[in-house]
Design a binder for this molecule. Structure first.
Ligand code: AMP
Length: 297
């Protein structure tokens, strides 16, 4: 595995692979790799000639009171995992290389960036959109791989790729979970054993809500209060930031499943909570076509 720390060197290296006709797959990460990241890496390897992974804890996407300085970093283990996975290039720049002095250009994806997590993390998605745009310009991948766990992030990246004519196919991969359903996340490391146990309520709530929607017992509109109630019943859940059903294209609240208003096949059930020092998110897509009350006429 070649380790590249400089964006110009990276661009040069990629240019040569492209010149030789190779397809390039890319997985951007912030490191502290777990099975969720590695599932993207495996898919990337399967579908491309050359696999590129980046590790960059992007300061621009963290708010002043957020966890940038204590975000888990484990470069040695990460490198060993990526080598074992057969990755061709690891791009691991320092912040000064990505944001040199005088840096002044930002990418802002309107509307989508203000909803859900954007409401609680102002400026977060501007930081994500800016760094991902830069990384896609540096690695020039044929395909780039992202996890469904960060569904809003994926939508925003898909939108910026389309709006800015970036020649990359964006691929969303399923969320990888622990045995008890908790979505794998580098931030799970912040949890004490009791908090880790309490965090299982997130996926439980998503499953319960999904079941209620599919069985037609509750409409997606009604399911919001059930989700909030289930999450709030766990004392270690300090704050429920959002827990509801959303339109998976616009991220707007769903107000009706009437077919003239809601023409989509799916709804998104999504949650963000704070437990201890961790802010945790998760989501599930639910197919509503054909279910009772789904796209009712
Ligand atoms: P991060 O290092 O948290 O920025 O994540 C890098 C990529 O891995 C993003 O596309 C995430 O959506 C994805 N990812 C993180 N956790 C998981 C998971 N549990 N399952 C699948 N993909 C994930």
């Amino acid at each position: 595995m070649e380790v590249i720390r400089n964006s110009r060197v990276m661009q040069q290296s990629v240019k040569e692979y492209i010149h030789r006709g190779n397809s390039i797959g890319f997985v951007p990460t912030m490191g502290a790799l777990h099975e969720g990241h590695l599932s993207l890496v495996r898919r990337c390897r399967e579908e491309n000639d050359i696999s590129v992974v980046s590790i960059f804890v992007n300061p621009m996407q963290f708010g002043a009171s957020e966890d940038f300085s204590r975000y888990p970093r484990d470069v040695e283990d990460d490198m060993a995992e990526l080598r074992k996975a057969g990755v061709d290039i690891l791009f691991m720049p320092v912040a000064e290389n990505i944001y040199p002095e005088g840096f002044a250009t930002y990418v802002n994806v309107e509307h989508l960036s203000d909803r859900l997590c954007g409401h609680f993390r102002p400026g977060h998605f501007r930081g994500v959109a800016t760094v991902v745009t830069k990384l896609l310009n540096i690695a020039r991948p044929t395909r780039a791989y992202f996890g469904q766990k960060d569904f809003q992030q994926f939508l925003i990246i898909k939108q910026l790729v389309r709006d800015l004519d970036i020649d990359t196919e964006t691929v969303m991969c399923p969320t990888v979970r622990e045995a008890d359903g908790l979505a794998m996340s580098s931030r799970n490391q912040y949890l004490s054993p009791e908090e880790r146990n309490a965090a299982t309520v997130i996926y439980r709530t998503l499953c319960e809500a999904k079941e209620m929607v599919i069985s037609g017992k509750l409409t997606p509109v009604e399911v919001k209060s059930l989700m909030e109630k289930t999450l709030s019943a766990v004392p270690l859940v300090e704050e429920v930031q959002y827990a509801s059903a959303f339109d998976p294209e616009t991220l707007e609240d769903i107000t009706s499943l009437n077919v003239t208003i809601y023409r989509k096949k799916n709804i998104l059930l999504a949650i963000a909570v704070r437990i201890g020092k961790a802010r945790l998110i998760d989501n599930e897509l639910v197919e509503i076509a054909g279910i009772k009350g789904g796209n009712e006429r």
